[in-house]
Design a protein around this ligand. Structure first.
Ligand code: ADP
Ligand code: MG
Length: 338
């Protein structure tokens, strides 16, 4: 049993310290070959998932979501950087060790669950539990609990192709939860579901997160799916361009976006803010949010009407007192009137 050698338990791996996952400087590069330049899919990402946190990474197709999820789950080694589970850097492990970690600590949910077609819903879950060394009696007991928890006990005998999309995804989630992982990684988990089933599955994730204290990372292109998370990271071209910790605004992401500064001091301005630099000159409001390990600022352009009427009494950038109708701040040079 290769598993005996590397039988890390959840406690050893995941339940240490404040962070469940701690990633630094993650690069993923795909060699395409020929004359085509390599694709740098992840460009030095820093991220962390706190214990029991529900995080989403939101980004369009090609932004690097699946690459990120595979790296965090130990399915793919990044080309540079470290990813720690507790004290253990999983990028340094051998494949056999990663197999054990994935089995014991991480549950994966994909757009289409990988179910064995000739086994019933119930037997798919039992099979996963047997594979990781449980007795048949224990596996059956746990499977019944899981099917109950996910509200699909009545469909236990059905073969996968007789289940609806929503039911199939619930069985997929039961398989992911089978070994009681402390981290669930989900890649577009509702990509094949209609709105109602999407809401149901995401509500279920929230319940599991609350009841079992499981951490979640969901990567998705759907703003709606993102609203179910506690914290949403926006991914674009392999870079996090901001995050949302309050309610995400489906109509305008920028209204709730917090700009991230990397631990290398790099600040990534989102495209629409770069566009506004011309319109608003250098007049910005900066709000520091300093209760996190990673410094963050919220950067919003100064209200246009406020600026046109020039009602500033102090510089929005450096807080130096200014005179009415002063065009530039005498201290930092910020433009105050267009
Ligand atoms: P997403 O899940 O957000 O669509 P991916 O992580 O799948 O993003 O892909 C990020 C970028 O990396 C894309 O430009 C994609 O074309 C490229 N990419 C992903 N996998 C490979 C691969 N195996 N070989 C070459 N390029 C890849
Ligand atoms: Mg993807």
């Amino acid at each position: 049993m290769e598993n005996m050698l590397y039988n890390y338990t959840n406690e050893e791996l995941m339940d240490q310290g404040e962070y469940q996952v701690f990633g630094r400087g993650i690069y993923t590069i795909y060699e395409v070959g020929g004359d085509t330049p390599n694709v740098v899919a992840l460009k030095g990402l820093n991220f962390e998932i706190k214990r029991g946190e529900f995080v989403s990474a939101l980004g369009p197709s090609g932004s690097g979501k699946s690459s990120l999820l595979r790296c965090i789950g130990g399915l793919q080694k990044p080309n540079a950087g470290s990813i720690k589970y507790g004290n253990l850097d999983i990028t340094k492990l051998k494949e056999e060790e990663l197999v054990s970690i994935r089995r014991n600590s991480v549950g994966f949910v994909f757009q289409s669950p990988t179910l064995i077609q000739h086994l019933s819903a119930k037997d798919n879950v039992i099979n996963t539990l047997r594979y990781s060394g449980n007795s048949l009696t224990d596996a059956k007991k746990r499977t019944n609990e899981l099917l109950d928890l996910l509200g699909i006990s009545h469909r236990g005998q059905a073969l996968p192709n007789k289940l609806s999309g929503g039911e199939r995804q619930r069985v997929g989630i039961a398989v992911a939860l089978a070994n009681n992982p402390s981290l669930i990684l989900a890649d577009e988990p509702t990509g094949n579901l209609d709105h109602e089933n999407t809401a149901n599955v995401m509500g279920l994730f929230q319940d599991l997160h609350n009841d079992l204290d499981t951490s979640f990372l969901i990567v998705t292109h759907s703003k709606y799916v993102s609203t179910f998370a506690d914290r949403n990271l926006e991914l674009l071209d392999g870079i996090f361009l901001g995050q949302h910790t309050g309610n995400i605004n489906l109509d305008s992401l920028e209204s709730s976006r917090q700009i991230l500064i990397g631990n290398d001091g790099r600040l990534n301005l989102p495209p629409e803010l770069i566009g506004l630099i011309d319109e608003y000159g250098s007049a910005w409001n900066l709000d520091y949010i300093d209760d996190n390990e990673i410094p963050e600022i919220k950067l919003t352009p100064v209200n246009k009407n406020e600026k046109e009427n020039n009602k500033f009494t102090s510089c929005p950038l450096c807080s130096t007192e200014i005179e009415p109708n002063q065009a530039y701040c005498t201290n930092c040079g910020a433009q105050l009137i267009k």
